[in-house]
Ligand binder design. Structure first.
Ligand code: PFF
Length: 482
């Protein structure tokens, strides 16, 4: 599309995509999932999925953005027209927008907790606290809707301001300051954990591959995590890809994103476990690992309050660079489709996601267990929203893989990828067969009532593939007869 924005520098896409990928998923979720799932074996499955499923879909998603040069929703509409395939595929854009909206709503609430802990650390409030007081402090935060709403508002407001300013002055400039700072802080925290923690125990834990420790549930969580951490299936990467210049290698960039994202997760995991082991604490604390266990470790160590505060700044920065990528695809759509100004479009998305986030806020207190919501849905609103995103994310990824592998005109795809024949064939094999099968597996896990029907469900997947193949064939015929 003429006039569509392009990043000012060649390297900005990589910066932006890494900013989106590196976030709470790396610093908060990855370590606690490893802690719960027994170390190295989890990492092995995670790494395999990143390689066989994540990278191919990442390439596909960037490509869809870059060829269409539009926001995900408008881009998908454009591609279904120009490639003469079914309009059904447009749902990829809508699904992504819905998932981005839902994720932003709870992501901002959790990032808000990090604001609270940054404050507690820098003011030294946790220094005199014992383990019980720290744990009770977290419970008290969750019990306060007012406090959580305040932090949630601050966080989502900041994200909105950055995106509202625009992709150059807001997103690009913001990332150019934030990202290098985050890497420096990560290294400082790592160095601190080497000096004060038990890095050998952490390394042993992360690198011991005891497959017996890994349940099937753990396998599936590892695969789900690789999606979340690479920001796949939500249009975030597609929206950023739309601003990427054509000269840059898609495959190389995608591999770099996956590599950096994994490296950050591993370094963060090493540092966090070194501190937790060093303080003799329990690593299997689930989501509380960062907000309860880690503050306890910092409370015991020299300069713990300062480094702890710096660590939570890292968490905040990483979360911010991810949340802006959740706003961008929807904001860009509103600008393109309804001719809104950028600040107006951002305001619509941010206010709606903010209001939705209130559901997450109250699911820890007013609507906690025992409330009407629980009685009706069998889970809290937050758990329901998470479940929905866990369905939308793999579903989006699956459809992106099928669309890129089967529905698009492959000569065009080959041109856009601009890579060697061998790599093209390998990529196509992965997106056509391997990724869909693997994603279907993750996806089906999220639907409790399907779990017993994995085999028929995989059959259904095969049918979808055949359907895609069929419609490709029809499109080709149509082209020939014109
Ligand atoms: N990748 C981010 C993380 O690991 O925290 C989360 C995320 C950001 C998911 C943006 C999806 C997305 F579109």
């Amino acid at each position: 599309m003429s006039g569509h924005n392009v990043w000012t520098h060649k390297g900005t896409f990589l910066l932006a995509a890494v900013g989106s990928a590196v976030g709470l998923g790396n610093l908060w979720r990855f370590p606690y999932l490893i802690g719960e799932n027994g170390g190295g074996a989890f990492i092995l499955v995670y790494a395999l999925t990143i390689f066989a499923v994540g990278i191919p879909i990442l390439i596909a998603e960037i490509m869809l953005g870059r060829t269409s040069r539009r926001s995900p929703i408008m881009g998908m509409r454009h591609l279904t027209k120009t490639h003469r395939t079914f309009r059904f595929w447009e749902s990829i854009g809508w699904l992504g927008a819905a998932a981005a909206f839902l994720i932003l709503s709870f992501y901002s609430v959790i990032a808000g907790w990090a604001i609270h802990y940054t404050w507690l650390m820098f003011t030294g409030s946790l220094l005199e606290a014992d383990a019980q007081a720290i744990s009770e402090g977290f419970t008290a935060l969750l019990a306060s809707p007012a406090l959580m709403t305040l932090y949630h508002t601050l966080f989502i407001g900041c994200s909105g301001v950055i995106v509202g300013i625009g992709i150059h002055k807001g997103i690009e400039s913001g990332l150019r300051i934030m990202m290098p700072a985050l890497f420096v802080i990560l290294l400082v925290v790592l160095a601190y954990s080497v000096i004060n923690g038990d890095i050998a125990a952490a390394a042993r834990f992360l690198l011991t591959f005891n497959v017996a420790n890994l349940s099937i549930e753990g396998w599936l969580q590892a695969m789900g995590q690789s999606f979340f951490t690479l920001s796949l299936g939500m249009g975030a990467i597609m929206a950023y890809g739309a601003y990427m210049t054509s000269e840059i290698s898609l495959t190389r960039t995608a591999i770099a994103i996956a590599f950096i994202d994994t490296a950050v997760a591993m370094v963060a995991g090493l540092a966090i476990f070194a501190l937790v082991f060093g303080a003799g604490l329990d690593i299997a604390q689930g989501p509380g690992l960062m907000f309860i266990t880690l503050p306890m470790a910092f409370a015991e160590m020299p300069m713990g309050a300062l480094i702890g505060g710096v660590f939570f700044i890292l968490v905040l920065g990483a979360a911010l660079s991810s949340s802006i990528s959740l706003i961008e695809p929807v904001a860009a759509y509103l600008v393109e489709r309804f001719d809104m100004t950028r600040p107006q479009a951002v305001a619509v998305m941010v206010i709606a996601a903010w209001a939705m986030g209130l559901l997450t806020v109250i699911s820890f207190n007013i609507w906690a267990e025992g409330s009407i919501f629980h009685a009706l849905f069998g889970r809290s609103a937050f758990e329901l929203i998470e479940l929905l995103t866990n369905v939308f994310m793999p579903l989006g990824g699956l459809m992106i893989a099928l669309f890129a592998g089967w529905a698009l005109t492959q000569t065009e795809v080959k041109k856009e990828l601009d890579t060697s024949a061998t790599w093209f064939v390998t990529w196509r094999f992965l997106v056509r067969f391997v990724s869909p099968a693997a994603v279907a597996f993750v996806f089906l896990r999220t639907l409790p009532y399907v779990q017993g029907y994995l085999v028929p469900a995989t059959g259904a997947l095969l049918l979808v593939s055949l359907f895609a193949l069929g419609q490709r064939w029809i499109a080709k015929r149509r082209q020939l007869t014109q």
